[in-house]
Design a protein around this ligand. Structure first.
Ligand SMILES: [Fe+2]
Ligand SMILES: [Fe+2]
Length: 333
């Protein structure tokens, strides 16, 4: 917990902000200087960041589940080692992000509680099942690929601890994307059945990957503030377009068809035009009614409960160490 180190009083939610402090804060952001944990910040900025960073942390942790499912069934030692490393990386990303959120005055326990009671959200993509081995490749290629598009601009986020955590995370996400794409390329060079597995995985994951960027700008409630505060650098639709533009040529190299009849290259704009995702499906999943929501939460809560002895053992060890140190000090006196 880092919250003890906070020197500034946390502003009450909804209270009037001091206009002078607010202007100095915005000027600092406009100069591209980082906001650090002990700096003054408006309550709404703190609240937005706590929500965003904790949701991000939850997504990393829940994101371990769909692929963790395949570790015991990986087809070779090489694939198993890569998948194991990737899933462990996601656990690490969750930990950096929980730590970054703690610098804003919320405890890890509180965030975990919010996740387990369904109060906090995580990325809707992890509520889809991973049905065949090609899903592991498609998740790496599309899901980590979309995550990179979202996360690279976050390395320049105005909040220092979040921006710094994102630098290492992005490097690891890049490895995740490559291992996924390479896995799919290998399968495409295999049998007809393997090629069909790849196509099937992409058919199921393409649209959910596009939804990872969040609702369209016209329906996005948080975008304007986040852009002004330089938490976000691009809108949801801008990021989605970047992702489509980068991914369609990769699909061609792979030799698969993307499941969108409206997808075409527009010479005039130099961008790919794509169809409308099924937003009803997205909101349904966000509300907790996606295909795997209940399973994911159940597995997450079970993992936490099963791990209680580890937390207890760590605390007992820390207590014994402290007692030993104190006893040593007294003996020396
Ligand atoms: Fe990650
Ligand atoms: Fe990843």
């Amino acid at each position: 917990m880092y919250t003890q180190s906070l020197n500034t009083a946390v502003q009450r939610d909804g209270a009037e902000e001091d206009p002078q402090k607010l202007a100095a804060f915005q000027a600092k952001i406009d100069r591209e200087e980082k906001i650090e944990p002990n700096d003054w910040m408006p309550a709404a900025y703190r609240k937005t960041l706590i929500r965003q960073i904790s949701q991000h942390a939850h997504s990393e942790i829940v994101g371990m589940l769909p692929e963790g499912n395949w570790i015991t069934r990986a087809p070779s030692l090489k694939r198993k080692a890569a998948l194991l490393a990737k899933v462990q990386d996601e656990g690490g990303h969750g930990l950096y992000l929980y730590s970054a959120a703690e610098t804003l005055g919320i405890s890890r326990e509180e965030m975990v509680e919010q996740l387990h009671t369904g109060k906090a959200k995580y990325s809707s993509i992890f509520n889809y099942p991973t049905l065949n081995w090609a899903d592991v490749g498609a998740v790496g290629w599309l899901v980590d690929g979309a995550a990179i598009m979202n996360q690279i601009p976050l390395c320049r986020c105005s909040y220092g601890p979040y921006a710094r955590a994102m630098i290492r995370i992005c490097k690891e996400e890049s490895f995740h994307q490559r291992q996924g794409y390479e896995l799919l390329l290998t399968m495409m060079k295999g049998s007809e059945d393997q090629r069909q597995m790849v196509q099937d995985a992409v058919n199921r994951l393409w649209w959910p990957a596009l939804m990872m960027f969040g609702p369209s700008d016209k329906d996005s409630v948080n975008t304007a503030d986040s852009m002004r505060w330089k938490i976000k650098r691009f809108t949801n639709d801008e990021l989605r377009q970047k992702f489509v533009d980068a991914t369609v040529p990769q699909a061609e190299v792979l030799g698969i068809t993307l499941p969108d009849p409206d997808l075409r290259f527009d010479e005039e704009s130099g961008h790919y035009v794509y169809g409308e995702p099924n937003w009803e499906e997205f909101y349904n999943s966000i509300k907790g009614n996606g295909i795997c929501n209940k399973q994911r939460l159940k597995d997450r809560v079970k993992a936490h409960t099963d791990g209680a002895w580890v937390r207890e053992a760590a605390l007992a060890y820390a207590r014994k160490e402290r007692e030993r140190r104190e006893a040593g000090k007294q003996a020396a006196e």
